[in-house]
Design a binder for this molecule. Structure first.
Ligand SMILES: [Cu+2]
Length: 205
């Protein structure tokens, strides 16, 4: 998956680990014949892929430019003595307010594979999520034959309405939230009949 320069990580084993800047910004997105503003990292949906190696230290500075408090959770990453980098809002950290930033700093000890990062407050994870690929240490293969090609596939859901409104309504009414309008593969619900404009949709689903 292509990703912006700001999004590509990498580190440790180096004396001076690189810091990745992640900007949380609004972006207009068109799906299912309709557009709405969504919260994104670096204007991407799904968000940028983070690449690292086992034993790397990952340092990500998240800068909040939207009118929502936000945190980022590294789903499946074992936070060994770095609980403050885990991300659940009001559990291991205060959320990052508008205009503020927070530096996530953790080491990928004894882990390889593809995991997910996502927002961890209210329903912002609906659009704020992406892959984190943890490669084996340099010179060490995965415990299976080298694949011809690797592709990141992220399954998600799309609501035509604002997802923060969906969850807030449900919480206030004490009822389950409205179900999504579509499932997505890498952010795309696929072609829609009778929809002249597919907006920003590209690729195949
Ligand atoms: Cu998670």
């Amino acid at each position: 998956m292509a990703c912006g320069v700001k999004a590509v990580v990498l580190v440790a084993a180096l004396l001076f680990p690189a810091m990745v800047e992640s900007m949380v910004v609004m972006k207009n997105a068109t799906r299912l014949c309709a557009s709405k503003p969504i919260v994104t990292v670096n204007g991407k949906f799904p968000g940028p892929t983070l690449y690292a190696r086992e034993d790397d230290t990952v340092i990500v500075r998240v800068v909040n430019h939207v009118q929502h408090n936000i945190t980022i959770h590294w789903h499946g990453v074992r936070q060994l003595r770095t609980g403050w980098a885990d991300g659940p809002a009001y559990i291991t950290q205060c959320p990052i307010p508008t205009g503020q930033s927070y530096i996530y700093n953790f080491t990928l000890t004894g882990q390889r594979g593809t995991l997910l990062w996502h927002a961890h407050i209210n329903w912002l994870r609906a659009t704020v999520h992406g892959a984190i690929v943890i490669l084996p240490k340099r010179g060490i293969p995965y415990p299976f034959p080298k694949p011809d090609k690797e592709e990141i596939i992220i399954l998600g859901e799309w609501w035509k309405s604002d997802t923060e409104a969906v969850i807030n309504q449900a919480m206030q009414a004490g009822v389950p939230p409205n179900v999504s309008d579509a499932h997505t593969i890498n952010g795309h619900p696929g072609p829609v009949p009778n929809c002249s404009s597919q907006g920003t949709e590209t690729g195949y689903t």
